[in-house]
Ligand binder design. Sequence first.
Ligand SMILES: C[S@@+](CC[C@H](N)C(=O)[O-])C[C@H]1O[C@@H](n2cnc3c(N)ncnc32)[C@H](O)[C@@H]1O
Length: 328
Amino acid sequence: MRRSTAATPGDQAPDAPGHRPVLLHPLIENLQPRPGQTAVDGTAGAGGVTAALAGRVRPGGRVIAIDRDPDAAATLRQRFAGDPAVRVVHGDFADMESIAATCGVTTADCVALDLGVSSMQLDTAARGFSFMLDGPLDMRMDPGSGDTAAAIVNTYEEDALATLLRELGDERFARQIAREIARRRSQAPLHTTRQLRDAVEASIPRRAWPKRINPATRTFQALRIAVNRELESLERGLQAALHILRPGGRLGVISFHSLEDTLVKNALHVAATACLCPPQQSHCTCAHRATISLVNRKVILPDADELAANPRARSARLRVAEKLADGT
Ligand SMILES: C[S@@+](CC[C@H](N)C(=O)[O-])C[C@H]1O[C@@H](n2cnc3c(N)ncnc32)[C@H](O)[C@@H]1O
């Protein structure tokens, strides 16, 4: 029987607010959390994955639920108030080992990373993530730290802006968009998502607008990744996750665009490879050894039911790895 990748009632808490997790069922089935175990949810968001993990580790187990967004952490605290299995921490999953240590935890049985932004973040105009809503050009997941998107848009050299849009947004009109932004900001700085969207739309000839996405999608993605240093966090977070897992423990990562997925794929591939010497070299000199095995050789994608039920699932990809017995 074909099994839907959409959440099953058992994995989805009935009152999950605001955000419907993607690939929840295959994530939980692959992580295999069991009663008494310790799980880390590095991207707790609205708590859908946390609730599903908590449902599996009870009784006796616990979930450390991390989110770098203080609003998400506050909502999670309310949602799981009085639940001794869940400990909510505001922080970056790149720091999961020190965060876990503050909870008295040194090893975990599973780690979940469900990357990107939540529906609550996208749907709140004041956070500045969405080109669909007019709001301040912010995009910080943690508004308490780092530069806003407005700071980047208004201060980067035109060339640096074009490079950022091309490298982090895969934007083919990067140069034209950067030029238009530079032209507009020379008159007055750009402060809102609407102003940025207008600048992007004015830069791309109408006949070249993408068919299925808004022309501003790639620019917003690139800025969001830069503002939150998402790739740096992911690189550090993957190493931290592989380090904190006990032998036999599992990591599941859901990514939503190719930059993330490529980074995850490459990091897991390196960690699963015994020797990194060039193939033509006759004997190994690198001393590298495999610390994980890949649970699924092929990436796990949402099925048709989930794609029909949740448009966010379109670009989702799940990769799962298991720490080897001698992988410490
Ligand atoms: C796709 S949502 C996760 C949704 C969540 N799995 C659920 O079931 O509701 C991504 C969340 O991860 C958080 N996030 C992204 N990068 C993070 C990082 N480096 N450290 C901690 N949280 C992060 C975002 O703030 C957002 O709330």
